[in-house]
Write a protein that binds this ligand. Sequence first.
Ligand code: ASN
Ligand code: ZN
Ligand code: CA
Length: 328
Amino acid sequence: QYEGIETGSGTSTYSGTVPLDTTKSGSQYQLVDGKRGGHKTYDLNQGSSGTGSLYTNSTDTWGGGRQTAGVDAHYGAAVTWDFYKNTFGRNGIRNDGKAAYSRVHYGKGYVNAFWSDSCFCMTYGDGEGDKKPLTAIDVAAHEMSHGVTAATAKLVYSGESGGLNEATSDIFGTAVEFYANNKSDVGDYLIGEKIDIFGNGKPLRYMDKPSKDGKSKDSWYSGLGGIDVHYSSGPANHFFYLLSEGSGKKTINGVNYDSPTADGSKVTGIGRDKATKIWYKALTTQFTSNTNYAKARTGTLAAAASLYGNNSAEYKAVAAAWTAISVK
Ligand code: ASN
Ligand code: ZN
Ligand code: CA
């Protein structure tokens, strides 16, 4: 129990005006979320170690100046917690009811965000010229999902298992963005579309056709385990898109997609909610540290069989989506 649980609001960088769960301590409010394991959000103030200072404020209305990135991070952690709780019954990243914590304003012009299992925390840089903090909801949920993978399948962060680790974070990062469903975060199959990491308005990654980023692969091939995990994630991201939405052209929330298949086959999607449940079940009951793409196929098929039956349309769609990215 936390003394003085409060509900404030904040003006964020990317998600508009958002509700924030806070704590009152004396006459001050703090970014301490008493409803979700006591998740705290800290301002590193351009430092790169320790926790910096816990965000405090004289009112429960947050945002402006150094607070704004803290609003995104605190909100993103709350939505991600709620997504895992309400979708899968998972109680926090390690399913033990305990919160991680967030640190923003890491370093100077730092264009990345990262999860650390040793501090059990996530950290966000301010982006190029300290102007675009890496705190968008899909990025935040991507990082926290690395914590979930570390607590479950423990997919090794290199080779094909590394690509599957990265894809798991993109899959749940995307699922959380759709779950957030606020005015600014309606959901898409793009990763990092708001942080403008290339300075040209393009997203970091595309799930419908990963090769659109110029580096990621659309389908499995024998050398896939030799490339960077942020590119070998491509085929699994593509699998997830195909399983959710199917192949070909589609417009969702105003974004146009066109998802190819390696063999020209047509895949019919089963919807994002079912695809997400299948991936989570596979991650938590089938995948292990050295799961590769071939084992991900059998693992997700086993997950689909246990959720929907082994003669189900869902099971068949899983098989078809893997085949469509050359995992047979
Ligand atoms: N933001 C990156 C990621 O989550 C950090 C890293 O390379 N591990 O993948
Ligand atoms: Zn990652
Ligand atoms: Ca996105």
